[in-house]
Design a protein around this ligand. Sequence first.
Ligand code: DSN
Length: 416
Amino acid sequence: MNYTHLKKQDPEVWNIIKAEMARQADELEMIASENYVSPAVLEAMATVLTNKYSEGYPGKRYYGGNQIIDNIETLAIKRAKKLFKAEHVNVQPLSGSPANAAVYMAFLKPGDKVLGLKLDHGGHLSHGHPVNFSGMLYNFVQYEVDKKTGKINMEAVKKLAKKEKPQMIVAGYSAYSREIEWNKFRKIADEVGAFLFADIAHTAGLIAAGLLKNPVPICDVVSTTTHKTLRGPRGAIIMCQEKYAKQIDRSVFPGMQGGPHDHITAAKAVAFGEALKPSFKKYAAQIIKNCQTLAAELQKLGYQIVSGGSDNHLIVVNLTNQGLTGREAEQTLEQVGISVNRSTIPNDPNPPMNPSGIRLGTPALTSRGMGISEVKKIVQLINRAIKNRGNKSQLKKIKSQVRSLCKKFPLPGINK
Ligand code: DSN
């Protein structure tokens, strides 16, 4: 994109955007939930579809002039259904938390009991944390990962579900690196008469590529953001069995949201189209290989990985034996141009603002075309930065090495 009008009309805004483009191009993005969209996805977002109001659904809108918007929403739905083998898809949710709010509203009454994974064990704020709407409106009981293995112990989940008899069980996480046993969750949910809700925001791209088990045919309802491993625009979708279609649609609109963002719906359709291509499967497979290399190389250097490894795109590194906190690691790595985020570890003795770990992911590196040899180099850079924290001249040297690596892998969608 040339941004001709923006550059001329509003250099103040343009200069900020340009600086962010340079940051993204010159730095390594290892935040597990971030990615780079394709130029086609970027272009779809920057279209006149943003001008339209279209409350309602295709063929049933509350505003005139929606014939063409209906086509884009219908196409996005069709592609998402194919990608995830879904009976029904709502493509309007604005992002992950609003999507989850709509799911709860569709299936629960305030005060109903729900089982969700605790935040410091890898769950998400919207899975019942007390400071979040989910924890305020619903009676969440939190399950945990196993103390010894760092993995979800399905026997413990079953025991808790039988004791608590929740109306809903939430599975699918933000900082959990292992495969999820969807069929076992289904069995438990059936035994206690609960709805099963999967939040696959993190792993949707890997599931779409057929590399992780697809929970859509197993669960009652599934939400995902579209901008993580799925590599689409910032937004979300909800998938459910046909028998729940009406209650989900009503819950999204008019329950939670007003007009959908039609330019984003168009970009979602483009991203789903990309994810349906064989090249996406290759991309997703490389994400996992890169992540497993990342885990193994860090382990060789003495770093502890929660659960001992990864089946997906992310790892959580427990830094306790390295003598620094997650915040110190995040800040040190930021100084050399590597973006990561501090993360709690299970049963973290430290507070969430300064927890004991960092979360690292490979979706964005892989979108740049980086493979195993680059990941090995990056692990060396991370380790050197951590070992030399506070040493300005060493950190400067590492930063220039990060930059030279980035130069060899230009970003999609950036036209500097
Ligand atoms: N903020 C996202 C993440 O980083 O996992 C989840 O919402």
